[in-house]
Every structure is written in C-alpha cells, then in structure tokens.
Write a protein that binds this ligand. Structure first.
Ligand SMILES: CNc1nc2cc3c(=O)[nH]c(N)nc3c(CC[C@H]3O[C@@H](OC)[C@H](OC)[C@@H]3OC)c2[nH]1
Ligand SMILES: [Zn+2]
Length: 375
C-alpha cells in the first residue's frame, strides 16, 4: 500500500548537502525545502486561507494540544475535520502536543503511560498519552501527524536524555499501533537525543526501524546555541532515510532556515514571523527593523523595496508605522503578511539556488545583505 505521505527527491545541490524535493500528501503536494506557517489554533494569525494561498504557502500547521482543549477535537471532527473547519484544502501538519505540555503547563508529571498536567488556561487536571494524541489527530484529519514525544529542556544531563529517548521510542511504537487511518494520514517519528551524538543515533535507529513515512528532528530550538543546533544536525540528518522527508521542528530564523537546508532539512516551522509582526518587527532583505521607530514616521517608501508582497506593493512604512502605533488591527495584518511572505520567498530563493547548485554562494550573499556577518 502506498503510504499517505511520500517524498520525491528532485536533486541535491552540488555545492552543499541541500536537496530539492516534493512532499506528496492526500491534500496535495508542496516543494521542499519548505517553510510552514504556524496556525496553532486553526488560524495563521490574522491571515485568511486566500491570502496564504496568494503568498504560496504550500502547507500550514496546527496544534493538537490547543485544539483538544479548545474548541475540542470532537467539535472539529463533527465539523468534518480541520480542513473543512478552517476552510483550508491544502496539506495540514499537526504537532502531537508533547511540546506544549512541557512548555505551557505547570505541574506536569511524566509517567510511562503518558503525562499528567494541568490545563494552562483553567488549571484542570489533564492527561495526554501516545494513544490520546493519536486519537485527537485522527479526529482532526491532518495529512501529517507527529508522534507523541518528550521534548526535554536544554541543557539536560546525558542520563536524563537517555531515559527520555528510550521512553520516546516506546511511545513512538504505541503511536503506530494506535494509528487508525495510515492510508489517509502520514505519521512522522520525532528523533530526540539533545546535543548527544550517541543518543541521537540511538533515537534515529529506534525510529527508522519502525519505518515511519517521515521523520522530524525534535529537541532543538529550545534555547541551545546555534552551533550546538548545527552540530546536532550534522550528525543526525545522515542517520535519516534519504527517501523520506526531514522536518526540523520549531526553526525559522532566516539564517537557521538556510543553514538547516544546507544540512539536508526539507521542512521547517516557526511562530517567529507572525509573533514578531505583532510588535512591529519586520524581516527585510537588509535585516530586521521595527516599524514603530520614529525614523519611519515620514518614510513613504515600501517596507522592503525588494519585496513583492501585498503590504510592500500597496502601503508605505509611514502608514504601517501609524497603524502599529495606533494599535490598529490592520497594522498587524500588514506586518504579518510581509513577514510570512518574506520567509516563503526566502525558501523559494533557497530552492532556486539548489537548482543552480549555488546555495553556498546564496548563503554568503544573503548573510552579507541581512547583516548576519556583522561581528
Ligand atoms: C520553537 N522551538 C521548538 N522546538 C521544538 C521541538 C519539538 C519537539 O521536540 N517535539 C514536538 N512534538 N514539538 C516540538 C516543537 C513544537 C512545534 C509546534 O509548536 C507550535 O509552535 C509553537 C506549533 O504548533 C502548530 C508547532 O507545530 C509543529 C518545538 N518548537
Ligand atoms: Zn513585503
């Protein structure tokens, strides 16, 4: 039986380890390397599905933990699933909720059967397990589901990380057993192990032997230095099957996207673009700027003269400056639109650089212009 989610390798960049590919899912295909906008509560904040399509978003994310608590996976199932509920007919990936349990809630207690914790909104006692996380994602009907895992904090001792990796591998097997609809929904295993090469290897071997249709690298972008992340990628991606998608969870700054692609990553997600947009911080081809800055009060040029997005084509820095200062909702729509388009455009440039076998050169040009090379 053909798995619900498959990877088509197009080519590998001759100058770096980056690869160009296509991920095929029941709701369509998307090119990789891909940035995936995050829509935690069944919406990419302030953006409509039509606007997301206009900016060429191939796939979006939503979150098991949040949708389980509100409005409830039963409500979304009754609505006909998440695609119908949020009027998005392209691919959707849902996280398993493992991360949110560890990052959002107090009083969590990790046991073999699952995690006991409190609802971060009202303090109610809750329990999430591999079986429960699979049941919720089956109700949501996402095209790509994530296994229920523990994302340990950084730093963690080797001893703690080893026991966590072994439990996450046992949980991964339970997720596979609990999967109701493998022909309709792909399930990705999440490789853990932190900064420890031996544990990353153990986690990868455990999960690859379970033959998931795709794999994520978890446990990163949790406060570790960039060089720790890059080193972990260098010894983890070679352990992952070349014929399946590789997803680096929670990574989205422009430099990390480029450096992750160079190390063989195909899929990225991050709340950064919409989160920083809400306080007026914008990513541009010459680095970040905060539009609230007084310098922009009378600046009637576009946010970024190299950007072709709706915001840059129709509005000035002065206008967006005014809206954000006046706390006008349209202002964060314009800043969110631009930041999402910026990262989606960046991944388009990365894919083109791979086609031309020059992603290393592109990295230098982008880093120089954006100011990443500044000491
Ligand atoms: C920011 N750094 C970061 N490192 C992460 C590591 C892990 C991990 O090891 N395991 C799991 N299961 N999830 C992780 C996640 C959460 C991503 C989700 O969290 C939500 O964004 C915050 C979003 O939900 C729509 C996204 O969906 C995939 C991470 N995020
Ligand atoms: Zn723009």
């Amino acid at each position: 039986m053909t798995p619900a989610v498959t990877y088509e390798h197009i080519k590998t960049c001759k100058q770096t380890g980056a690869r160009l590919g296509i991920v095929h899912t029941p709701h369509g295909s998307f090119e990789t390397p891909a940035f995936m906008p995050v829509g935690t509560q069944a919406t990419v904040k302030t953006m409509s599905p039509e606007e997301l399509k206009a900016m060429n978003a191939g796939i979006i994310l939503s979150n098991t933990y949040h949708l389980w608590l509100r409005p409830g996976n039963d409500v979304i199932k009754e609505a006909g699933g998440l695609h119908k509920f949020m009027n998005w007919d392209r691919p959707i990936l849902t996280d398993s909720g493992g991360f949110q349990v560890f990052s959002l809630s107090e009083f969590r207690n990790i046991k073999e059967e699952g995690v006991h914790f409190r609802n971060h909104m009202n303090g109610d006692k809750l329990f999430l397990s591999p079986e429960k996380a699979m049941h919720i994602q089956n109700d949501l009907g996402s095209d790509i589901m994530m296994a229920f895992d523990e994302c340990p904090p950084f730093p963690a001792t080797h001893e703690y990380m080893k026991s966590s990796v072994e439990r996450t591998s046992r949980w991964a097997e339970r997720c596979l057993k609990a999967h109701q609809r493998p022909q309709d929904q792909g399930l990705f295993g999440i490789i853990q192990g932190g900064e420890f090469e031996d544990l990353r290897k153990q986690s990868a071997q455990d999960l690859v032997s379970l033959d998931f249709p795709g794999y994520a690298i978890g446990g990163l972008s949790v406060g570790e230095p960039k060089d720790v992340m890059n080193r972990a990628l260098e010894f983890t991606t070679p352990l992952m099957p070349a014929d399946k998608p590789r997803y680096l969870m929670g990574v989205g700054s422009p430099d990390s996207l480029i450096d992750g692609a160079i190390r063989g990553i195909d899929m990225f997600d991050c709340v950064l673009p919409t989160r920083i947009a809400r306080n007026g911080t914008l990513m541009t081809s010459t680095g970040r700027l905060n539009i609230k800055n007084a310098a922009f009060k009378r600046d009637f040029g576009p946010i970024d003269d190299k950007c072709d997005c709706y915001t840059c084509k129709n509005y000035s820095r002065a206008y967006v400056h005014h809206l954000i200062r006046a706390d006008e909702t349209f202002g964060i729509r314009l800043t969110s639109y631009h930041n999402l388009q910026f990262l989606l455009n960046l991944m388009g440039q990365v894919r083109q650089a791979i086609r031309e076998d020059r992603l290393g050169d592109f990295r230098e040009e982008f880093f120089e212009a954006y100011g990443f090379n500044k000491p």
